[in-house]
Design a protein. Sequence first.
Length: 279
Amino acid sequence: MEPFKPEKKSAGGKGTKVIGVASGKGGVGKSSVAALLAQALAASGGRVGLLDADITGPSAPRLMGVESFRAGAEDEKLVPVVAEGGVKVMSINFLMEEESTPVIWRGPLLSQAVKQFMDDTAWGDLDWLVIDLPPGTGDVMLTALQSFRFDGLVFVATPQDFVSMIVAKTVHMAAQTGTRSLGVVVNMGSMVCPKCGEEFPLFSDDGADRLGLPILARLPWLAPIAQGRNLLRSGLPERVVKASDDLASAVKGVLAAVEAGPGTGLDVPVREAGRNSDA
């Protein structure tokens, strides 16, 4: 099947690199990876926005520690909330009276909401816009990929075989919409003991190689990630900070290799972020 390549526009301003974080299904840590990546890019000196496009399952405000805030408006544009570290965050939850209020909309309304967030948010000058995409291959994901230009997608998967199969559907969807896939983050394939700090595998085979993409990071299960209310960088263990920095470096490296073109001799760094580092 020939890839469908509709006319696309930029979700960020001129010069903004737009990175989508996607998964085949929910519950694999996609939003956590998006929050960690956005903060790592900001810590490296970038001007960063984080758009929560997972309209029915928004979690960016809580992960970024700004769930009590509400979005403002200026000149008919939505004004994002600025989180710790300077990351600008936009989410449907900023427009809700209560954090637990559900969004009970059908596909067309959900798709329109995502387009409005991308078109009508006053991001200002950004170097990076990280978009936490909804899981799966439904209407909202299709609208985002068909309507807006992404510099690349980062896929998040846990090591179960059936999860890799479902993620593969999303990877193929990206190809059919003319969207570049940068690589995959294998999440929770190992566990770090909260008591002794030893890391041990949870699966004999993570299945990531079957996706045919570079492995950008392998993130272990960590108690602070699983049990914490937020993922603010200032409160994370050194192991997690290093893992997110390694992931950001890997994303930059893949983009640099892509932009340099084939035959330049520039290697794509495939780093196993967070493994075998000190607790």
